[in-house]
Ligand binder design. Sequence first.
Ligand SMILES: [Zn+2]
Length: 319
Amino acid sequence: MVYGTAMLEDICYSGVTLDRAADLRRDEKWLVETLRRDTTRIIPMWREHNLILMDEETLATPQPVTFTGPHALGILQIAEHVTFLGIDRANGEAAYYAADLSAKEEPELSPIMGRAQFLNIRQAGGLMTRPDAALMTYARGMATWHKTHQFCGTCGSPTEMKTGGHQRTCSNTECGREHFPRTDPAVIMLVERPGPEGGACLLSHKSIWPQGMWSILAGFVEPGESLEDAVIREVKEEVGIDVEDVRYMGSQPWPFPASLMLGFVARAKNVDIKIDPNELEDAGWFTRDQIARLDEKGLRTPNKDSIARHIVDHWIEDI
Ligand SMILES: [Zn+2]
């Protein structure tokens, strides 16, 4: 599905198929009742890991593990907290909840795990169906937010979960501040320059990245900045290049821990790269042909689950 003028489609971790049913989050009676329903599905979370069945021998599509009926009730009894995720309108109106089991040690969870493992979604997301990867990412993002917002940022008092897990309210009645799930916008941009062979794009390498992985530039949006402002500033800071013609490409949920990636392409006004050594280890211009042959130099672009890869692949094909 194409939204507006975005150019990228089917981006990994996007496309949750549940109806988030925000109106039901405040219906305490309905929440309690659905947790007891046989059809309700529980997604177990453990320390920001999702329970996934991944068979590396058969290379079958990794499956998220969810529970219903008595198994679900058993998980709810040991969960630290439970977040209502939404309703599967296409499959019997089943309600979905994420149950956080982080207080348990991993061996205690072996009866739940069976042959599955608690994995970082990034290990399996690119191999899963897109709706499954999106649902696991949604559950993980909510679990991370609860973990990092147990105390009020205004007065320091403990916060309490409300509205099915989509709000935390300060327990200090003199404060009472309401906290909502956070998503930090970050821009990620391919800088291109016109020229022979269809021009070139700028790729860079950071020392904290896996060896040989080169990607496009990215950075957080700062207060008081539009997305376009952030693209222009980040490119200038990281590689000393002025850009123009900033075009939106698409977005990707990236709750690792709490970002939304907003993808752009921008055109360079100058070509001499001057890297900020605090940000980057190296950067350079690459033609489409050079990117296709990166492996000959032991280099590669980012994994297929990332919007960075989507943007680079789109640029290669868009000539
Ligand atoms: Zn407070």
